[in-house]
Design a protein around this ligand. Structure first.
Ligand code: BG6
Length: 468
């Protein structure tokens, strides 16, 4: 890190998960509004219609970030707030809201880090095929241009898309996010279109003299494999291709990994969505930085038998669902009895922060990296007016120590964001799984109470900056 470049410490949210005001001031419905209001698959039967009401309380939230010593805030823009129909007429009140949000960040000396798409596709676009429809790529480009023109004079960090792979995976392979499809072919097509949309927006951004840099946010987790025989080595390569290189090679190097399309063909994927004319778009649409959301590693073993299937636990502590993945012909999840797990059965494995950062360095050299999300979800409670979230502190501390070690060992990390700034809606899980540094009392007027972890983070930032 050069001396004049300040390390960024912040926290993150996304529009649907925190804003509320789902139909206020001209906002159109998103795919998630419709899903939460109408789908039987919304198993926790709640919505983010109000959530923590960030739309009205953003100043209070940003002020708390500043008082914590945070110098950056990652949030996303709701596409349907800017363009209620996804295309066509711009909603001026939507533009006003994000102007206020950005200006409030700047007033408190907080650097805005803005994601254009964090899962909440306008319903009108979802109705005409969503990301399966190639036209959505240009609709996204049009929306991105509007945002760049409106906010590009003040936003230093942009991300095109949050977790293209994980979003496509949950929506089109696991089927737990709308439109709740389970189909490898449709998943592959959506994944391709998301990456193309990102590359097109980056091409556009780089044509202008905006003040900022632009990247893409990937759900990054290094792959580890259970054995070391030949089959295990193949499983490792397949899983790394599936989880990581598909996205990271494409957005950093500008082309898909050589083995991706042959492997997809082997799985009988119809690759007619891949067009020759897209090649220069990918090549010229590489990222200025990678946003890495790091929560856990992927522990895998060779594929044995059966159809592709994915179990995700969105229920919580009382569920007997064991999370796991079988990708037919590629790999399957291995279960490590020795690693501790959260209430949803996911591994708590902070060392993956170091392993992943060193792997990114090996694969992509000096590309700047922001840890755009890292967090710990659990059930928090108020005891004597306070939230003693010691487990979160312990886990985040471990993750951060591994990050600092990776920086020491040469990883080019520029910033770190805790997921999440305050408690908010967790996709499909609802409100019991909390990640915030600030507790939100959803039952009592959404009152904000800083958790113990908020004060721990404040202290950590101050120490890092040599202020105490
Ligand atoms: C990330 C997403 O993948 O994980 C966030 O970008 C999400 O939007 C976070 O909330 C935690 O996931 P979950 O399902 O536990 O809320």
């Amino acid at each position: 890190m050069s001396n004049n470049e300040k390390f960024l410490w912040g926290s993150a949210t996304s529009a649907y998960q925190c804003e509320g005001a789902w139909n206020e001031d001209g906002k159109g419905p998103s795919q998630w509004d419709i899903f939460c209001h109408t789908s039987k698959l919304n198993i926790n039967n709640v919505s983010a219609d109000i959530s923590c009401d960030h739309y009205h309380r953003y100043e209070e939230d940003i002020k708390m970030m500043a008082e914590c010593g945070q110098n950056t805030y990652r949030f996303s823009i709701s596409w349907a707030r800017i363009l209620p129909e996804g295309t066509g007429k711009v909603n001026p009140k939507g533009i006003d809201f994000y102007n206020r949000l950005i200006d409030t960040c700047l007033k408190y000396k907080i650097i805005p880090n803005v994601t254009l798409f964090h899962y909440d596709l306008p319903a009108a676009i979802a109705e005409r095929g969503g990301w399966e429809n190639r036209k959505t790529v240009d609709d996204f480009l049009n929306y991105a241009k509007i945002c760049f023109e409106a906010f590009g004079d003040r936003v230093p960090l942009w991300a095109t898309i949050n977790e293209p792979k994980y979003y496509a995976y949950c929506s089109y392979l696991a089927g737990v996010y709308p439109p709740n499809v389970q189909d490898f072919n449709r998943f592959a097509c959506v994944g391709y279109h998301l990456l193309l949309a990102s590359a097109k927006a980056i091409n556009e951004f780089h044509k202008h003299n905006y003040i900022g840099k632009i990247g893409l946010v990937h759900a990054t987790g290094n792959v580890e494999v259970q054995g070391n025989d030949e089959a295990s080595k193949i499983a490792y390569r397949n899983a790394d291709l599936f989880y990581n290189k598909w996205v990271t090679d494409t957005c950093i190097k500008g082309y898909f990994p050589d083995d991706l399309f042959p492997k997809l063909k082997e799985s009988n994927i119809d690759l007619s969505f891949v067009k020759e004319e897209d090649k220069p778009i990918f090549m010229n649409g590489t990222v200025d930085f990678l946003g890495a959301n790091i929560y856990s590693r992927s522990y895998v073993k060779p594929y044995t038998s059966g159809e592709t299937r994915i179990n995700i636990n969105n229920v919580g502590a009382n569920s007997n669902i064991r999370e796991g993945v079988v990708i037919k012909g590629w790999f399957e999840t291995a279960y490590d009895e020795n690693v501790r797990r959260n209430l949803w059965g996911r591994e708590i494995y902070p060392k993956c922060m170091y392993d992943e950062l060193m792997e990114l360095k090996d694969k992509y050299g000096n590309i700047p990296i922001y840890i755009t999300e890292n967090g710990h979800g659990c059930y928090d409670e108020i005891v004597d007016g306070k939230i003693h979230d010691d487990e979160r502190i312990e886990i985040l501390q471990e993750f951060i120590s591994w990050m600092l070690k990776a920086i020491h060992d040469g990883a080019n990390v520029k910033g770190y964001y805790v997921w999440s700034s305050m408690d908010l809606y967790s996709w499909v899980n609802g409100y019991k799984k909390r990640y915030g540094l600030v507790y939100v009392d959803f039952e009592n007027d959404n009152k904000r109470i800083p958790k113990k972890s908020y004060f721990w983070y404040k202290d950590l930032i101050a120490k890092f900056e040599g202020r105490n």
